[in-house]
Design a protein around this ligand. Structure first.
Ligand SMILES: [Zn+2]
Length: 481
């Protein structure tokens, strides 16, 4: 282009060449435009390629460092590249624990992941991760709890163990030895439930120990307030405890110095589970008869006669009996069937005053002296009486009231008096020296009827006294003293 210090001449030239330039400019513009649109495409392409390359590199890098921070509960236990690595470690731990404790293991806390990026060198090894988890670990074993009225009573690893315990508790009540009884229901009085629960291992109970605990139960504390006249001994008796147990339960009390109103502690063992059985029983029971009394003016006061013998009735019962731990708590009679009605007994009693000569039923000793021979075998022969040796002439008294049925000589008896007491008894008085009564005469108890002698087969003055009941000899020593 021209010199800028001479604009006038240049302007002229330009004007002159205007048309040419315009044309050239147009061509140039077209050329430039063409070149520019090509360049733009190339540039856009290049940017796209670079961007793609950059993004690719970034992506590759991002994928390469992607990892997970592992949390066990709230505790960070390490960073892993893949979740599976941590999950496998957890599984391994569970397997080891399950094998060790022979139980399904539930970990006390959850495993949780958070996305992160980390280089290889900051990752944990499986071994490290395992030890990190173990050091933070509390674990539960899967087990079952026994609930009695919603209270936890114990834990076992398996449901079967608890079911076994309950079965053992029920067993003594499942059958009856009575063939006329049917157990129609066995249940527990309490609400007994078995529930799955994850339990700390140390809380699992031994089956036998748990059974014993349920059966002997807790020691329930009760209070007894001392009343007038009570001592530890009488209180122990009331509650079927020993005095030692009471003393143990009341170390603060002096057993010798209980005061009225003192509170005595009682430890009463109580089984935690009560077995309720309902049985249907068929049984017969005796029904007592009644005794009715009639009075008769013609009979003596001491006399009575059974006019109609009473007899017990019999009733068959069908009843439903509820027992708690084998102890009857309720009986519901469903049906009664009278097999035999009872028969009332009718007794007639006398009202008439006793005559003096009536038997009293009690004998007196007819005379006093020394006992020279007893009732029983003597020299190979039976001696049927009681011999009382005393002086000849000593009075002999009637042992009881009655009627003289014999008074006279009777072989080896010598002189003998026999009195019928009209109550099944008769008495004989032998070897008499003299007699004061006649046959048919009524005598009163204690009346002198004869005198001691040595008549008949006798070796010295004595009374031979016999007692007979319904015609058979009895030992007089059983009646007189
Ligand atoms: Zn004799």
């Amino acid at each position: 282009m021209g010199d800028s210090n001479h604009p006038g001449s240049k302007s002229f030239n330009l004007l002159m060449e205007n048309g040419k330039i315009q044309k050239k400019l147009k061509d140039l513009k077209r050329k430039i435009e063409n070149r520019y649109s090509f360049k733009r495409v190339v540039m856009v392409l290049m940017i796209a390629v670079i961007a793609t390359l950059l993004l690719g590199t970034y992506k590759i890098n991002e994928i390469k460092t992607r990892s997970y921070t592992v949390y066990y509960g709230d505790e960070e236990v390490g960073t892993v590249r893949k979740k599976e690595e941590a999950l496998k470690v957890i599984e391994d731990i569970k397997t080891i624990l399950s094998n060790t404790y022979d139980s399904e293991i539930v970990l006390g806390k959850d495993i949780r992941f958070e996305n992160t990026h980390a280089k290889d060198e900051s990752l944990v090894s499986a071994k490290e991760l395992k030890s990190n988890i173990q050091s933070n670990m509390t674990f539960l074993v899967s087990g079952y709890e026994l609930l009695v009225d919603d209270k936890e009573v114990g834990f076992c690893k398996s449901k079967e163990e608890l079911e076994d315990i309950l079965q053992t508790i029920k067993k003594p009540y499942l059958n009856t030895t009575n063939e006329n009884s049917d157990i129609i229901d066995v249940s527990f009085v309490e609400d007994v439930k078995i529930k799955q629960k994850d339990i700390p291992l140390n809380k699992i109970n031994d089956k036998e120990e748990l059974l014993q605990y349920i059966q002997t139960g807790t020691e329930e504390e009760k209070i007894h307030v001392v009343e007038v006249g009570e001592s530890l001994w009488t209180i122990a008796e009331i509650y079927d405890m020993s005095v030692e147990e009471l003393v143990k339960a009341n170390p603060d009390k002096n057993p010798e110095k209980l005061q009225i109103g003192d509170e005595v502690k009682l430890m009463v063992p109580k089984s935690l589970i009560t077995v309720a059985t309902i049985e249907e029983v068929e049984y017969t029971d005796e029904v007592d008869y009644e005794v009715k009394i009639e009075y008769d003016d013609d009979m003596y006061k001491t006399q009575s006669d059974v006019k109609v013998k009473g007899s017990e009735g019999e009733t068959k019962y069908f009843s439903r009996i509820t027992k708690h731990n084998g102890v009857k708590v309720e009986e519901d009679i469903l049906k009664e069937e009278v097999i035999k009605e009872p028969v009332d007994e009718l007794v007639v009693k006398g009202t008439k005053e006793l005559p003096k000569t009536a038997a009293t039923g009690v004998f007196l000793m007819p005379t006093r002296g020394s006992l020279s021979s007893r009732y029983g075998m003597r020299n190979g022969r039976m001696h049927y009486g009681l011999d009382i040796a005393t002086r000849t002439g000593t009075p002999i008294k009637a042992a009881d009231g009655g009627k003289v049925v014999y008074a006279g000589w009777k072989g080896s008896y010598g002189y003998m008096v026999e009195i019928n007491h009209e109550n099944g008894y008769t008495t004989r008085y032998a070897h008499c020296s003299s007699m004061d009564v006649k046959v048919g005469q009524r005598v009163y108890k204690g009346q002198v009827i004869a005198r001691v002698g040595n008549t008949g087969r006798s070796t010295g003055p004595h009374l031979h006294f016999e007692v007979l009941k319904n015609g058979r000899n009895r030992n007089p020593a059983s009646y007189v003293y």
